[in-house]
Design a protein around this ligand. Structure first.
Ligand code: FAQ
Length: 311
């Protein structure tokens, strides 16, 4: 039979109340949140790599300062999210260990290379744009710490998206070479950005349950459609095209129709076979190993300042 705990949990979710760390929650709810929040945190940290690739080569001091601030924000987002995951009873060490050993995922999008400066713009416009579309509804997630982390993250993501849009606008209205570089970047990032929303609804194993628990508020396909509808007019004002000949307004649906997504490519990237999977995880492990002395020093410092009893 249903326990009193389960009934209280169901009632809280139904009433749009927040579930907090000390509240009782079903084990599967906890496990789903750890899975999603950890994957999200890992994405922020791994997501620093493609853009960091261009910090030393940013074309001006202004662009360099903006890009450094953005990449630093992503580190911050990763830290809020690891903290949110820790409220569910996992440790950061455990989560990082799962990332490094391939037992937890990070977003497919960060396994693509940043070949030109225009990629920094395309990431801001499309990747951060997709992230915002996905994450604004997560501000209403039933789990309090995740929902609250999302509020601040979304504000910062909006700045990131504007930064990318403005960068692409400068290139799009620049020389023919700059315009071509911007168009090439958009051509390469468009389809992988649509894959960020996850598999189609009929192949999304977690969606139905996550929506019932009010962790997810919309299905993967709903959010993907919302993103396409936002991007089409933005591409027009950028003077750029989206690489999909089937993209057209559907009066009846009130949405843009778009061409088929290459789901084989998506699943291959998830299996580790994307263009940069190996490079990203190798770099992540190296950064972690090289940071060992900082963690040890911080722990020693903390132990000293809590009366020396710690360890
Ligand atoms: N990549 O049953 P579903 C950012 C996995 S934005 C990799 O539909 P769910 C900002 C999924 O985990 C990116 N794996 O799963 C930024 C599951 O496998 P599992 C991060 C994916 O959870 C910008 C399986 O496929 N944002 O970082 C992907 O209901 C620029 C079946 O899928 C978030 O993580 C994918 N694209 O829905 C940073 C947002 N899609 O776990 C730096 C929060 C699906 O059983 C620079 N997450 N999978 O092994 C979510 O909203 C959801 O987890 C979805 C997936 C929508 C991603």
């Amino acid at each position: 039979g249903t326990t009193a705990h389960q009934r209280a949990f169901d009632a809280a979710v139904a009433a749009e109340e927040r579930i907090e760390p000390r509240d009782w929650m079903p084990d599967a709810y906890r496990a789903t949140l750890v899975r999603q929040i950890a994957q999200h945190a890992h994405s922020e940290i791994i997501g620093m790599q493609p853009e960091a690739n261009w910090i030393t080569r940013a074309p001006s001091l202004r662009r360099k300062a903006i890009l450094m601030a953005k990449v630093q924000d992503e580190a911050g987002h990763g830290l809020y999210l690891y903290s949110a995951a820790e409220t569910l009873g996992t440790s950061r060490d455990e989560l990082l260990d799962k990332l490094h050993s391939g037992r937890q995922k990070y977003s497919s999008i960060f396994n693509y290379p940043t070949l030109t400066w225009a990629d920094v713009g395309a990431i801001g416009w499309l990747v951060d744009g997709a992230a915002i579309t996905n994450q604004v509804p997560l501000c209403r997630c039933s789990y309090g710490p995740y929902a609250r982390a999302m509020v601040r993250i979304c504000k910062e993501e909006s700045f990131h998206q504007r930064q990318g849009y403005e960068l692409l606008l400068a290139l799009g209205k620049g020389t023919p070479e700059q315009h071509a570089m911007a168009q090439d970047a958009v051509n390469r990032w468009w389809w992988p950005s649509l894959m960020m929303f996850g598999p189609p609804d009929d192949e999304s194993q977690h969606s139905a349950q996550s929506m019932e628990w009010k962790i997810k508020r919309h299905s993967n396909d709903e959010l993907r459609q919302r993103f396409v509808d936002i991007c089409v007019p933005q591409a027009e004002s950028l003077g750029l095209t989206l690489p999909d000949p089937e993209l057209r307004w559907n009066e009846e649906r009130g949405h843009y129709d778009f061409g088929p997504i290459d789901w084989t490519e998506f699943w291959e990237v998830l299996k580790g076979n994307g263009p940069c999977n190996e490079q990203r995880i190798t770099q992540r492990r190296r950064a972690h190993d090289e940071g060992a002395w900082v963690r040890e020093a911080a722990a020693a410092h903390a132990a000293k300042h809590t009366g020396g009893a710690g360890g």
